[in-house]
Design a binder for this molecule. Structure first.
Ligand code: BGC
Length: 387
């Protein structure tokens, strides 16, 4: 009887202890499963990632709808509104060149030309590269260089396009980019930096290789890092070497034409040559999708620079979604990003190692094919470079 009473008295605390342990175990299992899904590549991971993107897009559209309502209520008539309704139909009619402005073969090219009429129609149809060549009456030099003859371009711009198995996307980009750059009277050269080998795509390291190889060929003043699937919508997005470091693709259609986050520096960006050297280029350690642009943003800030951005209407880009396989996410990016500031001095241009690339000149671009491999010993690589 005594025992039963004793047992009866203990039953309640024991039950709650069991309950507590069960809850803790279930909580632990939930956290582990979520962490597993978040970090291990696979179907669940890509669904979770898509969900995060959808959530961002949803917030963006709510924000945009809110902004539109405020504008309607205030009855404001901003440039942005007229731009949105015009897209793909009519060009902006304002004169872009200052009145009575002239230029000649002996004078420096200005930044604005009347041919830069604003938003243009983006045609996502896939066509062979040869077809677009037929559409250009002006001649591009072998290797993808062009410069105007009717004025003196103030700088040389190199376009670096990181590339792997996206042959069907290239003509779409060039079809829009080339005429736009010609209208802007830029002295430009296009480099396709192609990754061979079996390692995951390393966008950032390709930029480092592209920069190094391009500078061996010519003295470029600035570099534009241009994703192949980002198509500009407005030819007034000036790609000259001004206001750099600059983030161009601020309003992407897949992000509901909103800047994804304040420190975003992905898609299309540009830096001056000395700025790129000063920040030690990109990191070489981001294998797979994501993070390298965030790391680069930290470098830019650390280098003492501010990022400039074009007006919203000029920063609009459309993303090619057809035949687009998402790269495997780079799961190590979160831990690397935690230490960007410390790592930047030893990981970048000064630790860059790569096998001799194959360089070929084609009608539209200089192709740099390189087999990338991880750089094993950062410290000794840095020491060798500094010697
Ligand atoms: C990634 C960036 C990427 C951005 C765009 C971020 O989470 O770290 O690399 O450019 O998302 O979606």
């Amino acid at each position: 009887m005594k025992l039963r009473r004793l047992f009866g008295q203990r039953k309640a605390p024991i039950r709650s202890l069991w309950f507590f342990m069960l809850m803790a175990a279930m909580g632990w299992i939930c956290i582990s499963v979520t962490y597993f899904i978040y970090t291990v590549p696979g179907t669940a991971n890509s669904y979770l990632y898509r969900f995060i993107l959808m959530k961002t897009a949803l917030f963006s559209s709510v924000r945009s709808a809110g902004a539109d309502i405020v504008r309607i209520v205030r009855n404001s008539d901003s440039l942005d509104d007229s731009y949105k309704t015009d897209i793909g139909k009519a060009a902006e009619t304002t004169t872009f060149l200052p009145q009575n402005f002239t230029f000649s073969p002996n004078e420096t090219c200005p930044e604005k030309f009347k041919e830069m009429t604003g938003p243009f129609y983006v045609n996502m149809t896939e066509i062979p590269l040869d077809d677009i060549y037929a559409n250009f009456s002006r001649i591009i030099d072998m290797g993808g260089r062009w410069r105007p003859k009717d004025c003196i371009p103030p700088f040389k711009v190199a376009f670096l396009i990181p590339f792997r198995k996206r042959h069907h996307h290239l003509p779409i980009l060039l079809r829009h980019l080339l005429p736009m750059l010609m209208k802007q009277h830029l002295d430009f050269t296009i480099f396709l930096v192609e990754q061979s080998g079996e390692y995951p795509f390393n966008r950032a390291m390709l930029f480092n290789v592209g920069f190094t190889e391009a500078m061996k060929r010519d003295k470029f003043d600035c570099f534009i890092f241009h994703d192949i699937d980002h198509i500009p919508e407005n030819d007034r997005t000036y790609y000259g070497c001004v206001d750099m470091p600059r983030h161009y693709a601020t309003q992407l259609d897949i992000h509901m034409y909103h800047l994804e986050y304040e420190d975003f520096f992905g898609g299309v960006s540009g830096v001056g040559t000395s700025q790129f050297r000063k920040v030690n280029g990109f990191s070489n350690q981001f294998w797979g999708w994501g993070g390298e642009d965030d790391d680069f943003y930290t470098r830019i800030k650390q280098g003492g620079y501010n990022v400039s951005r074009p007006p919203d209407a000029y920063g609009r880009y459309q993303s090619i979604t057809k035949n687009h396989l998402q790269e495997a996410q780079f799961l190590g990016r979160f831990s690397l990003l935690k230490h960007s500031a410390e790592r930047n001095f030893i990981d970048g241009l000064n630790s860059l190692h790569y096998k001799t690339p194959i360089i070929t000149l084609t009608r539209f671009y200089t192709n740099i094919t390189v087999d990338l491999r991880p750089i094993k010993d950062l410290t000794s690589a840095t020491e060798q470079t500094l010697k």
